[in-house]
Design a protein around this ligand. Structure first.
Ligand code: CA
Ligand code: CA
Length: 294
């Protein structure tokens, strides 16, 4: 019993001083404990190949920093499936992901939570560039999505509490549909609660700058700019499309600018909710500045 007490004390001392490691006592027989280190400490790695990137991402854990060096050409979707924690996120940063080698599908898919995705370009995917499908509490900063063949950055299907900040989305164009679907930023089709965009710019996307079609929860858009959206024959061309018919969702669009889009600057699109557009303005839109905003 004396030995057991000593080992338990040692375990408690170890557990209290290790932040990234998880230490668990293991009962090896009725009288003897041993200590097992379940996870390793957070690591930092720089990658410049697809295989190294996918290996790092597949084993990523809270606190890890994965830095992309230069341009990596992807041949299949990069899947972010692990999760960090509220106090220790997984960091993916830097470089260019050229998704032109993917035969079909998205460029990057995040189904995990607590990722920081920063300072990179995601381009030329055959479908959307960067998609948040499940999970939440992800932070995206200074990321450019460009030249993808559906929306640049899309949040949907329950993904929640994502914060998209200082990002650019431009020249996304679904050529196969005449531009009908490729928005700069889409938070549509049943994304979750608490999604926010701030200081982002959507320029020259074939469909809309922002699209909240079918989004059942309030989206907060602040200090964002939509310009020159709508082309390809089937592109709708709204700067900010703020819902859809049959909905009553109070989105907030504050201090935004919407100019020179093919259709309206801000279009409620049949959403009967009280959409606030405090401080938002724009000029030169093909249809009108505010349309169906209640
Ligand atoms: Ca459309
Ligand atoms: Ca759209």
């Amino acid at each position: 019993m004396k030995n057991n007490s000593l080992i338990i004390l040692l375990y408690l001392a170890l557990a209290s001083c290790q932040k990234n490691n998880s230490v668990s006592p293991v009962l090896t027989d009725e009288n003897h404990f041993s200590l097992a280190v379940v996870t390793a400490a957070a690591s930092s790695v720089t990658v410049n190949t697809e295989s190294a990137l996918k290996s790092a991402v597949s084993t990523a854990k809270a606190g890890d920093i994965i830095t992309i060096s230069g341009t990596i050409k992807l041949t299949s979707t990069l899947q972010l499936l692990n999760s960090g924690t509220s106090s220790s996120k997984i960091n993916l940063t830097g470089g260019v992901l050229d998704c032109s080698g993917i035969s079909s599908g998205w460029g990057v898919k995040c189904n995990g939570s607590y990722w920081n995705i920063t300072n990179m370009t995601i381009k030329n995917a055959p479908d959307c560039g960067l998609v948040f499908q499940y999970g939440g509490y992800n932070y995206v900063y200074n990321v450019t999505t460009s030249g993808n063949h559906d929306s640049g950055l899309q949040i949907y299907n329950q993904s929640h509490h994502n914060n998209i900040s200082y990002c650019n989305s431009n020249d996304n164009y679904d050529t196969q549909n005449g531009g009908e679907n490729a928005d700069g930023f889409a938070c549509k089709l049943s994304a979750g609660q608490g999604n926010k965009f701030d200081h982002c710019k959507a320029n020259h996307n074939s469909d809309d700058g922002w699209d909240l079609y079918g989004q059942p929860y309030t989206v907060t858009i602040t200090n964002c700019t939509a310009t020159n959206n709508g082309y390809g024959g089937n592109g709708d061309g709204n700067g900010f499309k703020l819902g859809s018919s049959g909905q009553n969702v109070a989105h907030t669009v504050t201090n935004c600018t919407s100019s020179y889009n093919m259709a309206s600057g801000y279009d409620g699109n049949g959403n009967t909710g009280h959409i606030t557009t405090t401080g938002s303005t724009g000029t030169g839109n093909g249809k009108t500045l505010f349309y169906r905003i209640y």
